[in-house]
Design a protein around this ligand. Structure first.
Ligand SMILES: [Zn+2]
Ligand SMILES: [Zn+2]
Length: 247
């Protein structure tokens, strides 16, 4: 396959339960069409303003749908996950303990425009928003962001950090070491092209493992790993460090 590796699982896809365009079934059919063995349904957590999963009832509906789809498509493993958000400066995420127990897959993305859980988190969020807008950050903000995301990795069973380093200013090298220690992977996201290069480069010396995902927001993009394959080749990421690849 492309560039000497073949990725057989897509752990990061979105559906109409957040702001994806397709249904869960459409993502499953697309994954089957690409010959994948596993597909993760990982919509944005409820803390994401405007686009997150609409509460526990929506989650229950997803659960029910996936249960039926597992019977209909036994040839593929369908994982119910969430792309959780950090909602507080101590690393708290927007998934309750009750829901967390029922998930097959927890991804953690560090995004802007997330409902803050405390005043401190609100001021933190505003500073991140302004920093994204002006393109300038401060050492203090970077330290606080890194502390929040590393605390979340230590506290929750995070399978992978989505697009590490993007959107919010963090010390990706430090995050990579903490992930390595805790068995969490960093994602090589196939939706951002060369933008991820500096972050993956910063993570490489830590010895952390990676997972390649599409971050598809349409069924057509499920299992589309071409940009990730290019990154792997460009940065010479050892194939043995990509958890969902065969080579
Ligand atoms: Zn999205
Ligand atoms: Zn995503």
């Amino acid at each position: 396959m492309s560039k000497g590796i073949q990725v057989i699982a897509d752990y990061h896809t979105h559906t109409i339960y957040s702001h994806g365009k397709g249904t869960i079934e459409e993502n499953v059919i697309a994954a089957l069409g690409k010959g994948l063995h596993k597909v993760g349904i990982t919509d944005h957590g409820p803390g994401h303003l405007f686009i997150g999963i609409k509460g526990v009832s929506a989650f229950r509906q997803m659960q029910l749908e996936i249960k039926k789809l597992r019977e209909k498509y036994p040839q593929i493993e369908i994982l119910l996950g969430v792309e959780a958000n950090i909602v507080d400066s101590d690393g708290t995420i927007d998934v309750s303990t009750e829901i967390l127990r029922e998930l097959d897959l927890l991804l953690l993305g560090y995004h802007k425009l997330v409902k803050p859980r405390s005043l401190l988190a609100a001021s933190h969020g505003v500073r991140n928003f302004i920093s994204g807008w002006t393109g300038r950050s401060s050492a203090k903000l970077r330290r606080q962001n890194t502390a929040a995301v590393t605390a979340a990795v230590r506290r929750y069973p995070v399978y992978a950090i989505t697009h590490p380093g993007l959107h919010i200013d963090i010390n990706t090298e430090e995050l990579a070491y903490v992930c390595k220690e805790n068995g969490t992977m960093l994602e090589i996201n196939s939706s951002y092209g060369k933008k991820l290069d500096p972050y993956i480069k910063a993570a490489l010396p830590s010895g952390v493992n990676f997972v390649v995902n599409s971050d598809a927001h349409t069924p057509q993009r499920v299992g589309d790993f071409s940009e990730a394959y290019n990154l792997v080749q460009r940065l010479e990421v050892p194939h043995s460090r990509i958890a969902n690849a065969v080579y």
